[in-house]
Design a protein around this ligand. Structure first.
Ligand code: ADP
Length: 220
């Protein structure tokens, strides 16, 4: 029950990231309590989010009055004001919120948030920069760093793997990657099997260690 997706979420800091997050959660049917200390922001979003409050999130009394201690999950989306981000996160830890997410703008910021007790630290600017770098510089159509050193990429199949059943390609042993799914032109993605033969024009999803996925995507 407690970690149910429909559980209400507190979103603190309604900059570009926090606003997109609060509106995204609302669209998915999740109740949101959104907090920002700038009245202009909270007024502009009034009516679009379940509950919105103008308050300083570094003030414990304000958090208590808004009922924040009753929430299971909270996201600290304050980024550029690092002091406010750290203070707010530490108050949520003190309030024993079970699932605290915090946005970091640098690796040092992320380390501090982790040390003071945030359960998940996200780096939206860094992650998006990495992703766009892969799209801009290579042949990738999409890229996602799944976890630490593991990635998933959407690419066109390299020439040498066209027309060969995947089972005979020794991809995992030779290249360290797995082709997860294939999308022929005009069709939907389907799971790849040992019998799957790739064609020019297909789009494939490939997974593996980031470096190996990158190397595979660079093959002609
Ligand atoms: P982004 O880069 O996503 O736009 P910012 O870090 O620039 O994010 O914005 C953070 C938001 O957090 C701003 O709208 C700001 O008003 C709000 N904010 C900053 N400090 C506090 C605080 N102490 N209490 C509540 N909201 C805050």
């Amino acid at each position: 029950m407690a970690d149910n997706k429909s559980n209400p979420v507190v979103v603190i800091g309604l900059g570009r990231f926090g606003t997109a997050l609060a509106l995204g959660l609302t669209r998915r049917g999740t109740e949101v309590l959104a907090i920002d200390h700038r009245p202009k922001i909270t007024q502009a979003l009034a009516g679009q989010i379940t509950q919105i409050a103008t308050a300083d999130a570094t003030d414990m009394e304000a958090l208590r009055q808004l009922g924040v201690p009753d929430f299971y999950r909270a996201v600290v989306a304050v980024g550029s004001d690092i002091e406010a981000s750290i203070l707010t996160t530490s108050l949520l830890v003190e309030l024993e919120i079970d699932d605290i997410w915090a946005k970091a703008v640098s690796s040092q910021h992320g380390r501090i948030l982790d040390r003071i007790g945030a359960h998940h630290v996200v780096f939206p600017e860094h992650d998006m920069g990495e992703r766009v770098a892969h799209l801009v510089s290579g042949r990738m159509l999409d890229f996602m760093q799944v976890d630490g050193d593991f990635a998933l990429a959407k690419i066109k199949p390299p020439k040498e793997y066209v027309g060969v059943p995947l089972g005979e390609s020794n991809l995992r042993r030779k290249r360290g990657v797995t082709i997860v799914a294939v999308k022929p032109p005009g069709e939907a993605f389907t799971y790849a099997t040992a019998e799957t033969e790739l064609s020019y024009g297909d789009v494939i999803l490939v997974s593996g260690r980031t470096e190996e996925v990158e190397r595979f995507a660079d093959l002609p």
